[in-house]
Design a protein around this ligand. Structure first.
Ligand SMILES: C[S@@+](CC[C@H](N)C(=O)[O-])C[C@H]1O[C@@H](n2cnc3c(N)ncnc32)[C@H](O)[C@@H]1O
Length: 271
């Protein structure tokens, strides 16, 4: 992942890109509600230990620990700067008890082993940062190894007819605008370059706050690699959309869908 660092004027210059990212893109409450419901339904118990891969600011991990004093979380990310932000802005403000139950590890997900956990989560399409099938399979095998016998791996993936077209879309957030730009896409490799920008009411803009070199994996590729890694059951939960095609935050399990301009799914893989 590449990140922008140029000095910019106005509101953009005073903004914190990690804070904007969390507010624009993440919904840990929704993720936690979904994963707990799925896990309880399938396993008849509460999941307590979660590993958040590609954790970034560890927003999910800190909300996980904050939600129940029995819970623990491990966040894995390669970025020292982002993990430092996580400690200062998410873990320390949550209090000593929460911070103590969240361990942050600076490492590649391709290099970490144990300890055993109930759940591994990889949200916001993060394994699209692994460009080769060999790396994706290696990652899934490592995830499989750290899961308890009744563990689950839950990840998010996106796609659709617009996901492979260069362009920019924007969404209004509280006090700023979020921009998702797909700069280019190579149909031969399924790789592309995407950027997140933020703009503000005073006209200033935080250009390329985050940039990603993606391999846009498809659901069948992910499913095949998960099965090859030893997962036994792969389920797809499709985000429902309203009449305008906007995601509702409600997910239904399905095996057959019409393609959409953009779609979002949770993929649930069971040991
Ligand atoms: C798209 S962000 C995801 C942030 C957050 N998990 C979310 O759901 O929005 C990707 C994160 O993955 C991290 N990253 C990239 N390659 C990684 C790797 N091989 N192992 C662990 N973290 C990695 C980056 O530093 C970045 O924080």
């Amino acid at each position: 992942m590449r990140t922008g660092s140029k000095k910019v004027p106005g509101q953009a210059g005073r903004a914190d890109r990690h804070d904007l990212y969390q507010r624009a893109v993440q919904n840990p409450e929704g993720d936690i509600e979904f994963i707990c419901e799925i896990f309880r339904e399938a396993r008849g118990r509460d999941p307590l230990v979660l590993r958040e891969d590609f954790c970034g600011t560890a927003y999910l991990s800190s909300e996980w620990a904050r939600g129940d004093p029995r819970r623990r979380a491990i966040g894995i990310d390669t970025s020292e700067e982002t993990l430092a932000w996580a400690r200062e802005h998410n873990l320390e403000p949550a209090g000593e008890d929460v911070a103590r139950r969240v361990e942050l590890v600076q490492a590649s997900v391709l290099d970490v082993a144990g300890p055993k956990v109930d759940l591994v989560c990889a949200m916001n399409f993060s394994y699209c940062l692994l460009p080769s099938r060999e790396e994706l399979q290696r990652y899934f095998r490592l995830v499989r190894q750290v899961l308890h016998d009744d563990g689950m791996f839950i990840s998010e993936l996106y796609g659709g007819t617009e996901a492979i077209v260069a362009g920019e879309e924007e969404r209004e957030c509280d006090g700023f605008t979020y921009h998702w730009e797909q700069e280019c896409y190579n149909p031969i490799t399924h790789e592309g370059v995407c950027h997140i920008h933020f703009s503000f009411p005073d006209g200033s803009r935080l250009d390329r706050a985050f940039s990603y070199d993606w391999r846009l994996w498809s659901i069948p590729e992910v499913r095949e690699c998960l099965l090859e890694a030893g997962f036994s059951d792969i389920r797809v939960f499709w985000e429902q959309v309203d009449e305008e095609g906007t995601g509702t935050g409600q997910y239904l399990e399905t095996t057959d869908e019409e393609n959409q301009e953009t779609w979002l799914v949770y993929i649930v893989a069971s040991v």
